[in-house]
Design a binder for this molecule. Structure first.
Ligand code: GLY
Length: 454
């Protein structure tokens, strides 16, 4: 069987890797993919179990699938889904995992989803939607409690600004609506009550008829810095949200009773609404970003149409079920036949980010602020056996080889029978890596958080 994974980040690399592990699959195409894959055993030119392909548009992707006889396409991220890749492929009779364009609005239009959840009685924080910044500011001045200001549209998982005081909320509204830091996604904002508690990321596969909730969940670490890194937090003007700095699973809250509650209170009513009232034969993944507060109340923060990144990178390691069998069941409407199996390991993913580096003039602060690129990545051959490296923001340089290209550069994922052991392995290995700052005498400009999994 042949699979095409469409995407280029760490989650997509991990999807390609997991499909390559399937007993049914002898080739995974990865488009546009990233050149990091060439450094891995499965992507190395001697083996080419995973192969990079360059497809200039969705039409070419469909032609490629037909010509090569691709059996299944998995679209890992929200942007090609919103641009309608699934529709183009399905119109050509190609099997896919991922929602059609019209169904992506459950992620790309927060106001739509918040209203849907309110209508069906699924718990979520209090919220109001605004198109006018002045009205949003009047609202936050009047309500008194703390809020989160969210861009209504897609923002690569970064569109939520958590506010302490009213001036922070006013500044956040200005940032999103006036300075447009998230582009047009911030023309409309959702101002939501700030919740305290523990966040968890819960996933379900849908096949248009059945739902397969994953009975395992993970925790993402979105703030850029460790809580005690006061100097960085001050320098960046707050502990900014990132697309995720690391992750672990099983989440400390995993228990059969909480999983049952999540399925009963949140997943089932939402899926029922999608299938039976909206009439969407949704085939793909739903991601429920949840909070459990100190009084044991669950709330939905967001729903996404794809796996979380980095949550998938740890869940995929823990999942023993054949991903190709799950994927085909999504397409064929037979998810009720799938048995999910989880191994007994704990997993920790620590993300290597671009840190402070020297620019041609001055300094780059590093991710999630402005970051440098083109730093040679060294130490990959020192990584111990059994550690997974998933590449994200990397590029190939003719002289230097693999170099950094994005803010989140790569994931170091370790598994162990204990969480402590998984943490130790992940940290021991990430410390073997160096991003060589060529403008600063080869200093290491790799940065990572130290508290993942604590
Ligand atoms: N980890 C958060 C996200 O994927 O949006």
């Amino acid at each position: 069987m042949k699979v095409l994974v469409y995407g280029s980040g760490g989650r997509d690399h991990c999807l390609a890797d997991k499909y390559a592990d399937s007993q049914h699959v002898d080739k995974v195409y990865f488009a546009p993919g990233n050149p990091g894959i060439l450094q891995t055993p499965k992507g190395h030119e001697e083996r080419r179990l995973i192969e990079l392909v360059h497809l200039k548009d969705f039409g070419e992707a469909a032609d490629f699938c037909v010509e090569r006889g691709v059996d299944l396409v998995d679209v890992g991220s929200e942007n090609p889904l919103e641009e309608g890749l699934i529709d183009v492929l399905n119109d050509r009779g190609i099997r896919t995992i991922g929602p059609r364009k019209d169904y992506v609005k459950i992620e790309s239009d927060r106001a739509f989803t918040d209203d849907l959840l309110r209508r069906i009685g699924v718990p979520k924080p209090e919220y109001q939607v605004f198109d006018d910044p002045e009205k949003a500011k009047t609202y936050v001045r009047n309500i008194g409690y703390q809020v989160v200001v969210k861009a209504n549209g897609l923002a690569a998982g970064k569109g939520a600004i958590v506010c302490d005081e009213v001036p922070d909320a006013i500044a956040a509204i200005d940032k999103v609506m006036i300075e447009a830091v998230f582009g047009e996604s911030g023309n409309r904002v959702v101002v939501e009550e700030r919740k305290y508690g523990t966040e968890l990321s819960f996933f379900a596969y849908l096949d248009g008829e059945h739902v397969l909730p994953l009975k395992m969940f993970a925790q993402d670490y979105k703030p850029a810095f460790d809580p005690d890194d006061r100097a960085s937090i001050e320098q960046f003007g707050g502990n900014l949200n990132t697309g995720g700095t690391g992750c672990y699973c099983p989440h400390k809250l995993v228990s059969p009773w909480l999983i049952n509650r999540i399925i009963k209170e949140i997943v089932n009513p939402t899926v029922n609404e999608i299938y039976n009232n909206l009439g969407w034969p949704y085939k793909g993944v739903l991601y429920f970003g949840l909070n459990l507060d100190p009084y044991d109340n669950l709330d939905v923060f967001e729903i996404n149409v794809r796996h979380g990144d980095p949550e998938w990178e740890v869940l995929a390691r823990k999942l023993s079920t054949d991903l190709f069998e799950m994927g085909m069941a999504v397409w064929e409407g037979s998810l009720d036949q799938i048995k999910q199996v989880w191994n007994n390991q704990h997993y920790v993913d620590v993300i290597a980010m671009e840190g402070r580096s020297k620019a041609s003039r001055g300094w780059n602060k590093g991710y999630p602020g402005r970051y440098g690129k083109g730093h040679k990545i060294i130490g990959l051959d020192e990584i111990e056996r059994g550690i997974a490296i998933y590449f994200a923001g990397v590029d190939e340089n003719p002289q230097k080889g693999l170099v950094t290209y994005g803010g989140r550069v790569l994931h170091v994922v370790a598994g162990d029978p204990t969480l402590k052991g998984a943490r130790e392995k992940a940290y021991r290995n990430i410390k073997k890596l160096v991003f060589l700052d060529h403008n600063n005498n080869g200093a290491n400009c790799l940065r990572f958080r130290h508290t993942i999994g604590l």
